[in-house]
Design a protein around this ligand. Structure first.
Ligand code: MSP
Length: 472
C-alpha cells in the first residue's frame, strides 16, 4: 500500500481565518481525500503557527496573555476545519510543548551538530508582518508592499544558518525535479530567489522575542519563528518523540500559497539537508484570492469570513466555488455574484437536474433491476467515462483542481444532453432493452462522476450515492 502525507501551512494565530486560509485547507483536503479514494494510507496535517512578535503584539492589543490569545484563535481554526469538512488526521499547534517542541529541539541540534549554525551580528530591516528580514530592494517607498508598514531597523546578535552552503544542492533539486514544484513556472522563481539567498538569521535575542521556543543551551536566544514553524511537518508525525515518524516522512505534498514559497522551497529543504533528513516530494503552490478585484484587507473591510459564507450557502457550494472558480495555481477573485452563478448554473441546473431526472425515471418507469453488464451499456458512454477519469486524474495529480472539476462537469453536461437525445421515456413500452441501456448508462455516469466528486464535494457525493444505493 502506498502512503500519502499532505500538509497545509500552519496558520498564524494573530487573527481569525478568512477565505484565503479556507482555500489552502480545502485544496489540501481534496488531495488527501483523493489519495484515500485510491486506497493510499493517507495522513493529512493542518494546524497553527503560534509564536512570534506578530502574535505577541496581537495578544497585547487584545489585552490577553499570548497563550490565552492563541488558545482562542486556535479554537476558531479547529471549528473552521470541521465546518469546512476537512478530513485532517491531526491538528498541530506550535505552542504544544509535548508534541512540537521536542521536534524543534531535535532539528536544531542536528543542524548544529552538522556545523551549520554560527553566531553573528545582524543588522537589517525586519518586517513583523512577514516575520522576516527584508532587503531594501523589496520595499516600495520604504514600506513593505504586502503589509504597508515600515520595517524596523534591527541590530542584534543572532545564530545564523549556513544556507549558502546548500545553494548548489538546492539548485540541482529543482533542475533535476527531485522536488517537483507545481506549477512548474514557480521553480524558475525559486531558482531566481536562490541566487540572492545568503545565510539566514535563525534566532532572535530572547529579550526582544520572548514568545517563542528557546534555543537549546542558550537561554538568551529564541528560535526564529520560521525554523520553529516549518518543523511542524515533522514534529506532528513524531519526530523528536518516540514513534515511527518515518512511516509518513517525507511529505508527499506541501500545499502552500505563493507568498511562502521561499520558506518552503529554499529554507526548508536546506534545513532538511543539513539535518540529514529526506526531502518533501512536491510543493503545490496556489495564488491569492481577491474580493471584487481588491486585495482582502481589514482597512478596506472586505475580509470574507468563511464561517459566515458557509452559514449562508452551505459547505459544498462554497467548496465548489473555491475549487472551480479559482484556478488552483493562479490568483482568482471572489464575489457573491460569481458564487451564486456557479451555484445556480453548475450545481442546481446541471448536476441537480441530472440527478433528479434520472432518479425520477428509475422511480416511475423502471420495472426491472439495473444491470451493469456490458451489453446494457452504450459503448460511447463507456468511452466517455474512461476518458473523463483519465483527464480528471491527470488534473488532480498536477494540482489543477479546477480543471478536474471541469472534466467532471463536462461529463454531467454530456449526460443531460444524452437524455435529451435518447428521450428514454419514448422507449419504455416499444424498446425496453434500449430504455434499460440508456438508464444504465446514465446511472453509470452519475455513480462514476459522484465517486470522483467525493474529494471535492464529500457531502454532495454522499447524497447522490445514497439516492442510487451506492457506497461511496
Ligand atoms: N504561518 C505561516 C506559514 C507557516 S508554514 C510552516 C503563514 N501563515 S498565514 O496564516 O499567513 O497564511 C497561511 C496560508 O494562507 C498561506 O498559504 C497563505 O498563502 C494563505 N493565504 C493568506 N491570504 C491569502 C489569500 N488572500 N488568498 C489565498 N491564500 C492566502 O504564512
Amino acid at each position: 500500500m502506498n502512503k500519502f502525507y499532505v500538509t497545509t501551512p500552519i496558520y498564524y494565530a494573530n487573527a481569525n481565518a478568512h477565505i484565503g486560509h479556507a482555500f489552502t485547507s480545502i485544496a489540501a483536503d481534496v488531495l488527501a481525500r483523493y489519495h484515500r479514494l485510491l486506497g493510499d494510507e493517507t495522513f493529512f496535517l493542518t494546524g497553527m503557527d503560534e509564536h512570534g512578535a506578530k502574535i505577541a503584539r496581537a495578544a497585547e492589543a487584545a489585552g490577553k496573555e499570548p497563550q490565552e490569545f492563541t488558545d482562542d484563535i486556535a479554537k476558531g481554526f479547529v471549528h473552521l476545519a470541521k465546518v469546512l469538512n476537512l478530513s485532517n488526521d491531526d491538528f498541530i499547534r506550535t505552542t504544544d510543548r509535548q508534541i512540537h517542541w521536542p521536534g524543534v529541539f531535535k532539528i536544531w541540534n542536528a543542524i548544529k551538530a552538522g556545523d551549520d549554525l554560527y553566531e553573528g551580528e545582524y543588522e537589517g530591516l525586519y518586517c513583523v508582518g512577514h516575520e522576516a528580514f527584508m532587503k531594501k530592494s523589496d520595499l516600495k517607498d520604504g514600506v513593505c508592499p504586502d503589509h504597508q508598514t515600515k520595517p524596523e531597523k534591527i541590530k542584534e546578535k543572532n545564530y545564523f544558518f549556513k544556507l549558502s552552503k546548500y545553494k548548489k544542492r538546492i539548485e540541482q533539486l529543482y533542475e533535476s525535479g527531485v522536488i517537483s514544484i507545481k506549477p512548474k513556472s514557480r521553480a524558475n522563481e525559486v531558482l531566481a530567489m536562490l541566487k540572492d539567498s545568503e545565510d539566514i538569521s535563525f534566532s532572535r535575542p530572547r529579550k526582544d522575542l520572548k514568545w517563542g521556543i528557546p534555543v537549546p543551551s542558550d537561554e538568551n536566544q529564541t528560535i526564529y519563528v520560521w525554523a520553529d514553524a516549518l518543523t511542524n511537518y515533522l514534529s506532528a508525525i513524531g519526530y523528536g518523540r518516540n514513534g515511527d515518524w518515518t512511516k509518513f516522512w517525507p511529505a508527499d505534498v506541501h500545499v502552500i500559497g505563493k507568498d511562502i514559497l521561499r520558506f518552503h522551497a529554499i529554507i526548508w529543504p536546506a534545513m532538511l539537508l543539513s539535518a540529514g533528513l529526506d526531502l518533501p516530494k512536491s510543493i503545490c503552490v496556489h495564488g491569492f484570492i481577491t474580493v471584487d478585484g481588491q486585495k482582502m484587507s481589514k482597512t478596506i473591510g472586505n475580509v470574507i469570513d468563511p464561517i459566515e459564507l458557509i452559514k449562508k450557502y452551505g459547505i459544498d457550494p462554497v467548496r465548489y466555488f473555491l475549487l472551480r472558480e479559482i484556478p488552483s495555481t493562479e490568483d482568482g477573485d471572489f464575489s457573491y455574484k460569481k458564487l451564486e452563478d456557479r451555484y445556480n448554473g453548475d450545481l442546481a441546473n446541471n448536476l441537480g437536474n441530472l440527478v433528479s431526472r434520472v432518479a425520477k425515471l428509475i422511480e416511475t418507469k423502471l420495472e426491472s433491476e439495473l444491470n451493469f453488464d456490458e451489453k446494457f451499456f452504450d459503448k460511447k458512454v463507456r468511452q466517455k467515462i474512461t476518458k473523463t477519469e483519465q483527464k480528471y486524474r491527470e488534473a488532480v495529480e498536477n494540482f489543477k483542481l479546477h480543471e478536474a472539476l471541469t472534466h467532471i462537469w463536462e461529463l454531467f453536461t454530456f449526460a443531460n444532453a444524452y437524455i435529451d437525445e435518447k428521450k428514454p421515456w419514448v422507449d419504455i413500452t416499444d424498446h425496453p432493452e434500449r430504455f434499460l441501456q440508456t438508464i444504465t448508462s446514465l446511472v453509470a455516469i452519475i455513480i462514476n462522476g459522484s465517486h470522483w466528486l467525493e474529494p471535492f464535494l464529500p457531502e454532495t457525493a454522499g447524497k447522490i450515492c445514497a439516492i442510487f444505493n451506492q457506497n461511496n
